[in-house]
Ligand binder design. Structure first.
Ligand code: SF4
Ligand code: SF4
Length: 279
């Protein structure tokens, strides 16, 4: 079963819940935790896990044969990223702007463009315990386009483990959507604040567009009764189950800082919900 843990805004405790859920489930099941927040992966740190492997992730970039090039400018005209400038005398390529779409190669009438590669980041594998593997995508500094690394990382969800937990990036952008697509179910983590409610509404809209089953966890429960009620009313209206409530507790922050998995009754209940469904 693949569960994507997402949360709209940053700071709701999405990674805290994702790591705690993965840890709970790994007590009786094989689990892979995918850290898809490639610009700021931190699940391995939260879990105090040990790195056991890594591999580079490559992306297509064009290689120009200037003996064949007639400076027609087709590649430049069709490059949406403005990564190529062609003049009568020169062709200038900006590899850092290239997102690897390959359009330039296909439109070149002189077949002057072939395949080359650049390194855009890596996928690291960690072991948190015998049953729990963590895979994290790490974007190379200076690379802006993260979609290709998320695409590679999402392939790691094809494993034989009983549970795959996908910890998405914050927000509702393209990388988040790519991380939600392979999931069987989505767990939206929110907090009882105006921003928490607002971002929950945004992420639920995306999840419903993708036609995914979704449940909600209210993290930092107890912060605001008013917003707890508003979240409950919203979930009732949208017919979304509130799977769990995790109480605001400074002990969670202390455990988070010390790199220890969070073990709590509220997480056990969320885990049992999914264990019951996967039987
Ligand atoms: S691969 Fe795509 S983004 Fe890169 S230079 Fe060619 S057209 Fe531009
Ligand atoms: S499309 Fe091909 S031939 Fe035309 S400028 Fe680009 S590389 Fe040269």
């Amino acid at each position: 079963m693949k569960i994507a843990v997402t949360g709209g805004k940053g700071g709701t405790g999405k990674s805290t819940i994702a790591t705690a859920l993965a840890y709970y489930l790994s007590q009786n099941n094989k689990v892979t935790l995918i850290d898809a927040d490639v610009e700021c992966p931190n699940d391995s740190i939260i879990m105090g896990a040990e790195e056991i492997d890594h591999k580079q992730v490559h992306q297509f970039i064009p290689k120009f044969d200037m003996k064949k090039c007639n400076h027609c400018g087709q590649c430049s005209k069709n490059c949406k990223e403005h990564a190529i400038i062609v003049t009568k005398e020169k062709l200038i390529f900006f590899p850092e702007q290239c997102t690897g779409c390959q359009v330039c190669m296909y439109v070149c009438p002189e077949k002057a463009i072939s395949k080359d590669e650049k390194i855009i980041g890596e996928i690291k594998t960690y072991k948190a315990n015998t049953n729990l593997t963590i895979k994290a995508g790490i974007l190379k500094p200076g690379i802006e386009e993260s979609a290709n690394i998320v695409k590679e990382l999402v392939k790691e969800t094809d494993n034989n483990d009983k549970f795959t937990i996908i910890d998405t990036a914050a927000g509702t952008h393209c990388d988040v959507i790519k991380s939600l697509i392979p999931s069987d179910e989505v767990l939206a983590v929110t907090e009882p604040t105006p921003l928490g409610l607002n971002d929950l509404k945004l992420i639920i809209k995306v999840v419903k567009e993708l036609k995914k089953t979704v449940g909600v966890v209210i993290n930092k429960y107890g912060l605001s009764e008013e917003y707890q009620n508003k979240i409950r009313d919203f979930c009732n209206k949208e017919e979304i189950e509130i799977i769990g409530r995790v109480y605001y507790d400074e002990e969670i922050i202390k455990q988070y800082i010390s790199g220890k998995p969070i073990i709590r009754e509220e997480i056990k209940e969320i885990g049992e919900h999914y264990e019951g469904k996967s039987c």
